[in-house]
Design a protein around this ligand. Structure first.
Ligand code: 0RA
Length: 797
């Protein structure tokens, strides 16, 4: 090996990467799962840049068994020639120099300076290993790094017949608190990227579970809008426009529907700008102006001539707005608000022009849209009148706090908390249990919060909601200047609901309310969710509060410890950790069986599918005789028919297996089912169980007394039963069942409690759920359930 000379440059390089390792959060935000995903985003951003520059149309991301990740593209390949200044290959400069990125290419739309854009060298610094492979000029090059430090030279490893860059890295477990990538989270982001970069194909594979997705949308953001609006009663076609001025590229796609909600997604350089910003402001201005302009100038019947506000014209609107600009400024609490002032005017001008042209050329569609937004305006006016009436009565002025509120003594918002509590009875306990100096309680009656199928506006005229608004003291209104956050009376606003379905429903509603009305309150970090326990376990003087069933079972098993001994049919003895692992697997299977039931797949059928010794997939029927499969199933109690049908919507043939049990009840499963997590993970877990136990017959020994048990679920029940011995378990069905002291100790006492601080992302997610499930339109709800039910994965063909 040649002796290395440490130049001044190479020393700064090492220092730079050492700084990243020392303070990773400064570079990638955090070292939790979000930071882990950030690494992948950082690497794929570079490939996206290459695609945006027009040199790449395919990106492939793979998650490997060893928790490493590969991102490869078919771009030009990172240059490998000697860097004139540094005296090392350009690739090495990119991989080891902070912020080097691909800057020497002078491409102006890179995400650099943005949310990501810290440079692939940061990923390298935080990777246990990283391996860069470049194909260029007929040659394949490779260079390897460990924790940012080169461990090989740039090597020529063989010829190449194409070009591209491949980066494989494993996040360093010394740095990250977690090492498992989440398939769903990454998948969502890749899908979004594929929508935003039309024609770009992103393939995503998870070798850990054998899942695979391919995203490619020729329609780009038009298809995005179409997919958001799938199943909704839409008004007219999708309106699309694109343009470029002063180096800012804009694309937008919008479509109205009969719904009341607004769905606007804005992006800057492929980054979702949850907090909006100048591009959103420009778009809103243009939309309001263009529609009012049309109303004024077109020859419309009198009843449709009306001055429309921004809220009116956005009711029922689905919009995707994407800008790409050279030097994006990201502001706001989560750095997801575009700050470039030049974007506002340009977006406004382009959108205004496109919309004017569209309305002129499509008077029929324009008319439908006007009818919709005028209708919205009338409804809003009615709501406003109702609100004004309330205001005049003084219900919203700060000198008349709601009667139900038990306020705290402190008048200093900084050390005041308000608990918004579901139900009067829980409210009662909370009032008795609280620290009256710092804690205020506002009970809300659950039922009236049920605003399903009503306009969001109506929620504001609801008595309970008004009490909440008054208690907070900020004021209310669509405009930001109607609100005064300095008047907020509490700097901790805590949502406290039951740990059941109704409770989570109410929590979603409240989060949606805060997301839409008081975003800044969330941004300032004032909103929390209380974590009441679900169980109380006690034995003599010992008492423990526990949040969910899984934790309860683990707790009991741990306490039972080596008193439990299990012998499998194959003669293996399991105790302690091994037994726990087995129980975990069974618990997982129980959950899967439960999920199956809710999807219309009977336990009986799922059990047979799990017991079938082969994993079913398309290729199964290529290598196995379908007749044999049919016979096996018949023996297990099911007649099977294999049906191929044309699906008009998907424009392709789909294969279904139709199972009929002894009673003639039929279950139809699309082949895609066998590519779902429900099936694949279930199958894998079940195989592991079988391997561990041989047959599902066991001897459970408790304090030397054996008993025989058949089947894994019975075993589970028996083990848990045994573990319960000597323990009294109380299950809280609601907060109201806890006495005031318990509520204080477990949930409200700042010394013991753990509360979740709500982020804007949490609230945005609640808003999405609200729209999906509780919206005014049944269609999207049905669609949601169906999508879940089928869990259609991209087909493996
Ligand atoms: C700058 C110049 C050139 C390629 C790239 C950057 C590049 C970077 C990445 C990062 C991931 N994939 C990438 N693909 C390409 C080459 C310019 C040329 O060949 O003339």
């Amino acid at each position: 090996m040649s002796e290395k000379k440490y130049t001044a440059e190479s020393i700064t390089v090492l220092e730079g990467l050492a700084a990243v390792r020392k303070r990773p959060a400064m570079y990638i935000g955090s070292t939790d799962i979000r930071g882990l995903h950030h690494l992948v985003y950082e690497v794929i951003d570079n490939s996206i840049d290459e695609a945006m520059a027009g040199h790449c149309d395919k990106i492939k991301v793979t998650l490997h068994m060893d928790n490493s990740c590969t991102v490869s593209d078919n771009g030009r390949g990172i240059p490998v020639d000697m860097h004139p200044k540094e005296g090392v290959p350009a690739l090495q400069v990119v991989m080891t120099t902070l912020h080097a990125g691909g800057k020497f290419d002078n491409d102006s739309y890179k995400v650099s300076g943005g949310l990501h854009g810290v440079g692939v060298s940061c990923v390298n610094a935080l990777a246990e290993f990283m391996e860069s492979t470049v194909k260029r000029d007929g040659m394949t090059y490779r260079m390897k790094f460990e924790r940012g430090v080169p461990v090989t030279e740039l090597e020529e490893i063989g010829p190449a017949h194409s070009t591209g860059t491949t980066q494989r890295f494993r996040p360093d477990e010394e740095i990250f608190e977690v090492n498992q990538f989440d398939f769903e989270t990454l998948k969502k982001r890749f899908k979004e990227l594929a929508y935003l970069n039309s024609g770009l194909e992103i393939e995503f594979k998870d070798e850990r579970t054998d899942e695979r997705e391919v995203f490619k949308f020729e329609g780009g953001i038009r298809k995005y809008v179409a997919d958001i609006n799938a199943g909704v009663n839409t008004i007219g076609d999708i309106i699309y426009g694109e343009g470029e001025a002063e180096n800012i590229m804009l694309e937008f796609a919008i479509q109205y529907s009969m719904a009341y909600k607004e769905n606007t997604y804005t992006f800057a350089n492929n980054i979702r700008t949850i907090e909006g910003g100048t591009h959103l402001a420009g778009f809103k201005t243009a939309l309001t102006r263009a529609i009012n302009n049309y109303v004024t100038n077109a020859d419309l019947p009198k009843k449709l001539i009306k001055k429309l506000t921004g809220d009116d014209v956005r009711e029922g609107l689905t919009a995707v707005i994407s800008v790409k600009l050279p030097d994006p400024q990201f502001e706001g609490q989560t750095k997801t608000k575009l700050g470039n002032s030049e974007a506002a005017g340009l977006v406004a001008a382009l959108v205004y022009e496109k919309l004017n042209t569209f309305f002129e050329e499509n008077p029929k569609e324009a008319r439908l849209i006007i009818e919709k937004v005028v209708d919205a305006a009338r409804a809003r006016e009615a709501a406003r009148k109702a609100r004004d009436l309330v205001r005049r009565k003084g219900a919203l002025s700060d000198n008349s706090l709601p009667g139900k509120l038990a306020d705290c003594q402190s008048k200093n918002p900084e050390d005041s908390e308000i608990f918004i509590v579901e139900g009067d009875s829980a409210g009662g306990s909370a009032k008795q249990g609280r620290d009256p100096k710092h804690q205020a309680i506002l009970p809300l009656r659950g039922k009236i919060l049920n605003v399903e199928k009503t306009r969001f506006d109506k929620m504001l005229s609801n008595k309970e909601v008004r009490a909440m608004i008054t208690a907070l003291g900020i004021g209310i209104g669509q405009e930001e200047d109607e609100k005064d956050y300095d008047k907020l009376r509490y700097h901790k606003v805590v949502i406290m609901t039951d740990a059941d379905v109704d409770g989570s429903h109410i929590r979603t509603l409240l989060l949606t309310f805060f997301f839409r009305q008081y975003q800044e309150l969330i941004e300032r970090g004032y909103l929390y969710i209380a974590q009441p326990p679900l169980f109380r376990a006690h034995k003599g003087k010992f008492e423990r509060f526990i949040t969910d069933e899984g934790e309860l079972h683990s707790f009991l098993l741990e306490k039972a410890g080596d008193d439990l001994k299990l012998e499998t049919k194959s003669g293996k003895t399991l105790v302690g950790d091994e037994l726990m692992a087995l129980v975990d697997n069974i618990r997982f299977m129980r959950k899967k069986f439960g999920e199956c039931e809710t999807m219309g797949i009977t336990t009986e059928l799922y059990r047979v599918l799990m017991n079938y010794p082969e994993r079913i997939q398309y290729s199964h029927f290529e290598t196995h005789d379908p007749e044999a499969f049919r016979k096996d199933m018949e023996e297990a109690g099911f007649k099977v028919e294999i049906v191929v049908e044309h699906d008009d919507e998907l424009e392709k043939d789909r294969t279904y297996l139709v199972f009929e049990n002894g009673n003639g009840a039929r279950t139809r499963l699309a082949m895609e089912f066998f590519y779902s997590k429900l099936y694949k993970l279930g199958y894998q877990t079940y195989r592991n169980l079988l391997e561990q136990c041989g047959e599902m017959v066991f001897n459970l020994e408790v304090k030397d007394e054996p008993r025989e048990i058949q089947g894994m679920f019975d075993l589970y029940e028996a083990i848990i039963d045994e573990a319960h011995r000597g323990w009294q378990i109380q299950r809280y069905k609601g907060l109201g069942e806890m006495n005031p002291e318990q509520l204080w100790e477990t949930t409200m006492n700042p010394e013991n409690r753990s509360m979740l601080q709500v982020t804007i992302e949490d609230a945005a997610a609640a808003n999405d759920i609200f729209m999906d499930l509780m919206g005014d339109n049944v269609e999207p709800r049905r669609d949601f359930i169906e999508r879940n039910a089928l869990m259609v994965q991209e087909l493996d063909i």
